[in-house]
Design a binder for this molecule. Structure first.
Ligand SMILES: Cc1cc2nc3c(=O)[nH]c(=O)nc-3n(C[C@H](O)[C@H](O)[C@H](O)COP(=O)(O)O)c2cc1C
Length: 368
């Protein structure tokens, strides 16, 4: 069990005594500073059975860091050392912004869940691009594939969203292996309305145009462009997003963001009523349902599944249901720094037990 290993036993009680946002900042700083020491812990599980090629990119294992953990791209070599197969930074907005007033991050230990209303606190696209450029020059950026998640700045009105997303992609394009259009965080006013087809079509078409232009000019490959959706989409709305992606030539979906639902929680009612998006195990069922729906409607459309994944069995279930990759966020808080290694080792153990040759064979196996 990841929760009982000495490293976690040492760090977790200390972090849990702190205010959650302070603990999070310290965790990111700790990972940023300690990449070489973390690398010596042997948490990178190297095994070709975990690897796959997607969008022409090699993913050494299917377990990624979910967006919002390292919005800044502050600790990328450290995430690699912790064993992630890919890392998603952001959400980055065109303009730097502070996010919502604190407190804005709440632990719900009884549910192993989190509520957050961070509100896209980040340095903005220009400063983030500078940081990523410096890492790139040091050869530390692309040890594993890097996703960059972009969102709308608070100062930009919803009707001008397209220009804001375009400005971010323009700055960040050179550093991304894939790009995520975040239209699903619950903490930016009006953002989720952009999931509606006509609004999303305008944004995606503009981003896809810019992507092609950048690829032509630089003679590099276009970046896969994905859309991250909210668990509150109705099934019909989800179908509409999938159909739109196929029409405009989007490259995949991330399913799903945090939920506004508070269904089935056992935590203190005072915590449950905090505003914001809920993450962790309470999102798992809806996330899995949505994944299955997308896979059924658009077989072959790459989906990154996220929401309540914390164990190898969780990851196995999502991959077998057709997810190409998975991401974790909240489970890192409760499971500690060995979570990713435990998931990858657990996947390998189960492949051995069930006679599955590798991740590529596992993906979609429950749908066949
Ligand atoms: C504190 C916090 C901040 C987050 N920030 C972002 C963000 O900036 N952009 C984004 O697309 N998702 C963000 N997310 C959502 C996660 O990437 C993920 O979709 C969600 O938490 C469900 O996964 P989990 O159950 O593994 O946490 C955030 C989640 C948390 C808990």
């Amino acid at each position: 069990m990841a929760a009982f290993d000495p490293l976690t036993r040492l760090t977790q009680p200390l972090l849990f005594r702190l205010d959650p946002e302070r603990a999070h900042t310290l965790a990111v700083q700790g990972v940023a500073r300690s990449a070489p020491a973390i690398a010596r812990l042997g948490l990178r599980v190297r095994d070709d059975r975990l690897a796959q090629r997607l969008w022409g990119i090699r993913f050494p294992n299917p377990v990624g860091l979910g967006a919002g953990y390292d919005k800044w791209g502050a600790a990328i070599p450290g995430w690699h050392a912790l064993g992630f197969g890919f890392v998603e930074v952001g959400t980055v907005t065109a303009h730097p912004q502070d996010g919502n007033p604190r407190p804005r991050l709440f632990r719900l230990p009884a549910d192993r869940a989190i509520i957050n209303r961070m509100g896209f606190n980040n340095d903005g696209a220009a400063a983030t691009a500078q940081r990523l450029a410096a890492l790139d020059r040091a050869g530390a950026l692309h040890r594993v594939p890097l996703g960059i998640n972009i969102g709308k700045s608070k100062v930009t009105p919803v009707e001008d969203a397209t220009g804001d997303y375009v400005a971010s992609l323009d700055r960040l394009w050179p550093y991304a292996d894939y790009v995520v259009v975040n239209v699903s965080s619950p903490n930016s006013q009006g953002l989720r309305d952009l999931q509606e087809s006509s609004a999303l079509a305008g944004i995606l078409e503009a981003l896809i145009d810019l992507n092609r232009m950048k690829a032509d000019i630089t003679r590099r490959r276009p970046r896969p462009i994905l859309v991250k959706v909210a668990p509150e989409l109705t099934d019909d709305q989800l179908d509409a997003v999938v159909d739109l992606l196929r029409t405009v030539g989007g490259d995949g979906l991330i399913v799903c963001n945090t939920t506004l639902s508070r269904h089935g929680l056992v935590s203190d009612p005072a915590l449950i009523t905090e505003q914001g998006g809920l993450s962790g195990p309470p999102v798992a069922a809806r996330s899995l349902d949505m994944l299955r729906r997308v896979v059924a409607r658009a077989p072959g459309m790459p989906v990154i599944s996220v929401g309540g994944i914390g164990t190898a069995d969780d990851a196995w279930q999502r991959l077998a249901a057709g997810a190409r990759l998975v991401q974790v966020w909240t489970a890192l808080v409760y499971g500690g720094p060995r979570t990713v290694a435990a998931i990858n080792r657990g996947l390998l153990d189960r492949m051995r037990r069930e006679g599955v040759a590798g991740v590529e064979e596992l993906i979609g196996s429950a749908t066949r």
